[in-house]
Design a protein around this ligand. Structure first.
Ligand code: IPE
Ligand code: IPE
Ligand code: MG
Length: 248
């Protein structure tokens, strides 16, 4: 049903070069979407998952090379147990459908985050979904699970410290490039656009390292209502930005 597109090229037209290569999405507002309709918050999470499928398919169509979607943060465990359990069940069921969802599609699916928290069954489902798409060369679709930007940086620092302790590098040689290769998205194009819907203007611990020079785009739309037109607007705004990277 989704990821119909095999090999796509960016939309025809002038803005070709300005399509972001890698979009990070903070999928926020699921709970409020449900509450506004008198539904349980979990109904919002379900609808939000459908929105993600649509948006990934659309990103592929317009030539985006990678999308990283924030599904569960290192802080989200502080929610009521019933909500956490419902989200984890949903994610697990999503992973179990990987063969059906990704089979025959040119998409590379990955999960990023601190995966040590997940049991063998859950971890196995993650690895299976990743493995069946690993040989593809189409759009990269990362889901951030038990993800925290600070956790990611701390883990990279810890690995660099181990390298130093075991004599593979001297501490003074540990620089930005060295740490960068331990970041979860080191083999993806740089994140150049971060989208946050739902009227909140913060990163909530998402892609702190990668966001250094990403363009930020906010909208009041709640994630379950986020449409292809909203994405078009984000991409158009991105194309009109003047990215200086510290230059003039
Ligand atoms: C985002 O939607 C999904 C997760 C954080 C898991 P929320 O559940 O945060 O929705 P709001 O912000 O309460 O509306
Ligand atoms: C960010 O949303 C996390 C995800 C979308 C997975 P939150 O709803 O957890 O963020 P805060 O609490 O409003 O900052
Ligand atoms: Mg929220």
């Amino acid at each position: 049903m989704w990821f119909k597109t095999k090999k796509t090229s960016p939309k025809k037209g002038g803005a070709k070069a300005a399509v972001p290569k890698h979009i990070g999405i903070i999928m926020d507002g699921n709970g409020r979407w449900a509450q506004k309709r008198g539904l349980p918050r979990t109904a919002g999470h379900k609808k939000g998952a459908d929105t993600l499928e649509r948006i990934i398919e659309y990103c592929d169509k317009i030539g985006v090379k990678a999308v990283t979607a924030y599904a569960f943060s290192t802080e989200n465990w502080s929610r009521p147990k019933e909500e956490v359990d419902a989200i984890m069940d949903m994610l697990y069921n999503y992973l179990l459908q990987a063969d059906k969802k990704f089979g025959g599609r040119n998409i590379r699916f990955r999960v990023i985050g601190d995966l040590s928290r997940f049991d063998d069954k859950f971890f196995g489902a993650i690895r299976h979904a990743e493995e069946i798409t690993a040989g593809n060369d189409g759009i990269i679709f990362n889901i951030a699970l038990n993800y925290g930007g600070r956790r990611e940086i701390a883990q990279a620092a810890s690995r660099a410290a181990r390298d130093a302790a075991e004599g593979r590098i001297s501490p003074e040689k540990i620089d930005e490039d060295y740490l960068a290769k331990y970041m979860y998205l080191s083999d993806c194009p740089s994140v150049d656009l971060i989208i946050r819907p739902s009227g909140e203007y913060r990163l909530s611990n998402f892609l702190l390292w990668e966001a250094a020079y990403a363009e930020l785009w906010f909208s009041d739309t709640l994630w379950p209502d986020f449409s292809e037109r909203d994405l078009d607007r984000a991409v158009e705004d991105f194309a009109a930005r003047n990215r200086r990277f510290g230059g003039i």
